[in-house]
Design a protein around this ligand. Structure first.
Ligand code: NAD
Length: 461
């Protein structure tokens, strides 16, 4: 559905009115497409004068991805190969701050040193990433406090930075340093256009492989099953995983068989028509996957429905249907795939949660429960997947432009669209890109987490 307000305020007259009235002016966000840079450069790398234990690792990732490095003389990150950053010089596409060397509250001033002079020089739709240590893994009390403080800093900067720029925090656990690349590439590129104010945790990689052989097609040789693939976010997930090299199996309900066929035809994908809540759905899924080649590496539990009513007015069928599709089915299907040993080393389970499962929403006790339950499912199954060398993660979308959100009453829809740091709804591809990051073999260090794709929505923030 088109965002008429955004179109209006991007016109010369609309812009003048919006300027005068101080109304939000959503920018057209840069989105990744083949040929776009792997990392939005040039990249200003700094530790704000603090020690930077990960500076070498990060500069290797940035240079390996083909981006130019900028630096500030005197900063530990400045090397002979850095180009000098000046206030009026070349604008950085991204700034990456290594904050892992900050060991006490006074040391947090390094964040100010790093970003006070530089943040506003980042290009529109640019990226700021702060890299810290997961406080849960830091025993020293002073260092724990300082590392915990990074979250409030990044979330606050995300709210004030503007111009479609995003600010995210990447927390590294011991052993996670070797698995950082896919996460830096995601957060420092146009792939993460609608992800801001988020915390991603990278731990010791699970399974055997950590880096894809080809970063342009990281899912080459993988088979991805996407439920609810006929339309909306599911169709975008299928297209994005296919772009990244995966062979697609799309699943949807029998009445949408034709739409599913239309979505999958250009991807050369295979289809399964199945109601995921059917009593025999787990057995049927295993049977059909075996018939289609007997392999699945990536499972995206995307099929989902809403049936809104306040609790007092909610008939039991509405409760059962929503919980059945959104929560019971993903667990039953995953259990069947695990039991049939179809999920092994390098496998990925990815769930669709929602900010309604984090913030709650009027009229959505059923949906909110199912989506919070999805976050719990991912936490619990992360451990189960780790045992077979795989991972489980979830995305929690905010307001995404689909048929589901087109059905929301106008005023609530407008509020949902604007109440975020980029003043607009996200696109299905924004959710799909985040799923592609989780799905990458390079993301073996990301497990059991939920990342919001919500433009830093004020709901549940
Ligand atoms: N659109 C948003 O803003 C938003 C926000 C947060 C979360 N989500 C979640 O993202 C997912 C996709 O949402 P969407 O907006 O694309 O919705 P959508 O209604 O456009 O698509 C959902 C798909 O799931 C399929 N499906 C529903 N019940 C099924 C069943 N029993 N068996 C098999 N397939 C079934 C539908 O046929 C449809 O193709 C859902 O899980 C939704 O809860 C969406």
């Amino acid at each position: 559905m088109s965002d008429r307000y955004a179109t209006l305020v991007r016109s010369p007259i609309g812009k003048r009115v919006a300027d005068a009235a101080g109304l939000p002016q959503p920018l057209v966000l840069d989105r990744w497409s083949p040929g776009s840079p792997a990392i939005t450069g040039p990249v200003l790398l700094t530790s704000g004068g603090a020690e930077g234990p990960l500076l070498d690792t990060i500069s290797g990732i940035v240079s390996g991805a083909g981006a130019k490095l900028l630096g500030i003389p005197g900063d530990p990150a400045f090397t002979a190969s850095s180009t000098l950053w000046t206030k009026d010089g070349e604008k950085p596409g991204s700034i990456i701050v290594d904050a892992t060397g900050i060991t006490d509250s006074e040391g947090l001033k390094a964040l100010w040193n790093a970003l006070h002079p530089t943040a506003k020089s980042v290009k529109s739709s640019g990226r700021i990433i702060v890299v810290g240590k997961d406080p849960a893994t830091v025993a020293d009390p002073s260092a724990h406090i300082a590392q915990r403080a990074l979250e409030g800093f990044t979330r606050s900067l995300g709210k004030e930075i503007g111009k479609g720029r995003t600010v995210n925090l990447v927390l590294v656990q011991p052993g996670g340093e070797v698995a950082l690349e896919s996460t830096i590439r995601f957060f420092a590129s146009a792939r993460s256009a609608y992800v801001s104010g988020q915390v991603a945790i990278v731990g010791k990689p699970v399974g055997k492989s950590t880096a894809p052989a080809n970063w342009d097609r990281p899912l080459e040789g993988k088979v991805a099953l996407v439920t609810g693939a006929a339309r909306g976010i599911g169709a975008a997930i299928a297209a994005t995983l296919h772009r990244d090299g995966a062979q697609i199996i799309g699943l949807d309900i029998p009445p949408l068989a034709d739409d599913l066929g239309v979505t999958l035809a250009p991807l050369g994908g295979q289809s399964i028509t199945l109601d995921v809540t059917a009593a025999d759905a787990p057995d049927e899924l295993v049977k059909q996957i075996k018939e289609l080649g007997g392999k699945v590496d990536i499972v995206v539990h995307n099929a989902g429905i809403t049936q809104d009513r306040t609790l007092a007015r909610m008939k039991p069928e509405r409760w059962e249907k929503v919980l059945g599709v959104n929560l019971v089915a993903p667990q039953r299907l995953t259990d069947a795939l695990l039991k049939a040993k179809l999920l092994g080393d390098g496998s990925r389970i990815i769930g669709l949660a929602s900010i309604a499962g984090i913030a709650g929403n009027n009229g959505q006790t059923n949906y909110g429960a199912s989506k919070a339950g999805m976050i719990g499912f991912i936490e619990a199954y992360g451990a189960a997947l780790e045992k077979v060398g795989g991972t489980a993660n979830a995305v929690a979308p905010g307001f995404i432009e689909t048929q589901m959100t087109a059905a929301i009453p106008f005023t609530i829809r407008e509020a949902g669209r604007r109440m975020n740091s980029v003043s607009q709804g996200g696109l299905p591809v924004d959710v799909a890109e985040t799923i592609a990051w989780f799905a990458s073999p390079g993301s073996a260090g990301v497990n059991g987490t939920t990342v919001r794709v919500c433009g830093q929505s004020l709901l549940g923030a």
